[in-house]
Design a protein around this ligand. Structure first.
Ligand SMILES: [Zn+2]
Length: 239
């Protein structure tokens, strides 16, 4: 998996900044998998997107995710720690070819796993209408409208089984109210926040070193992280 250089990370951050989060997820996946046709990424199953982002995250920010979520019962802010290797258990191996969207026959329908393009198409709808529209988009044959509750549950279970990695769920135990809950790891947002934080630090480094030495941005970003840190320590020691 790719380790992003300083200039590459800043360029990624700049290109992703004006985009919608779903579009950022596609951009991050294209960065993780430059060997995949860029046009195919919006149509990949969401589990493939998640696994690619987990691997990109591990290569650039380490194998342990330390983050926060709010308890849904009492609102307490909770720290959690996750292992990327554990989240990738059951994910397809990091092979060269992008997988095709898997399909299943269920409740008289032929359905396929949803993609980023599907989510983008329904993102502005209210939740119930979005779920209905998403199912209609992912129905290859048959009529998804008017399914009874039991058939709907069957279809939802089948979609989950098609792409089990699409939901990166984990258990969250609240230290304040004692409730146990399932939480979802929003991998594109998490990775994007980390890239934004690192971009801010890099820009700060550029500012400090350019101010002190008159070097260009390109020269500063081309320094190894160890040399950059060393010069920064010298500059901070002078001030
Ligand atoms: Zn709680």
């Amino acid at each position: 998996m790719r380790v992003l250089g300083a200039a590459e990370l800043l360029s990624l951050w700049e290109r992703g900044m004006p985009r919608h989060m779903l579009d950022r997820a596609a951009l991050l996946t294209a960065t993780a998998r430059p060997d995949w046709p860029a046009k195919s990424i919006a149509d990949l199953p969401l589990g493939t997107i998640g696994a690619s982002l987990l691997r990109l995250r591990a290569a650039n920010f380490g194998p342990h995710i330390e983050a926060h979520a709010d308890c849904r019962h009492c609102g307490q802010r909770l720290a959690f720690s996750l292992d990327v290797a554990k989240l990738l258990q059951g994910a397809p191996p990091e092979d060269d070819a992008p997988p095709c969207a898997p399909t299943a026959a269920v409740a008289g329908l032929q359905v396929r796993a949803p993609s980023l393009r599907d989510l983008a198409a329904v993102t502005d709808l209210p939740p119930d209408a979005a779920a209905q529209a998403l199912l209609a988009r992912c129905t290859l044959t048959g009529q998804s409208a008017g399914l009874d509750a039991a058939a709907r549950t069957q279809v939802e279970d089948a979609l989950e089984a098609l792409d089990p990695q699409a939901d990166l769920a984990f258990t969250l135990n609240c230290v304040a109210c004692g409730q146990e809950d399932m939480a979802q790891l929003d991998m594109p947002t998490l990775l994007w926040d980390e890239i934004t934080a690192r971009a801010g630090l890099l820009l700060h480094d550029v500012h400090s070193l350019a101010s002190a030495y008159g070097w260009s941005e390109a020269q500063i970003l081309a320094l190894s992280p160890a040399r950059r840190a060393h010069y920064l320590a010298l500059v901070e020691g002078m001030s």
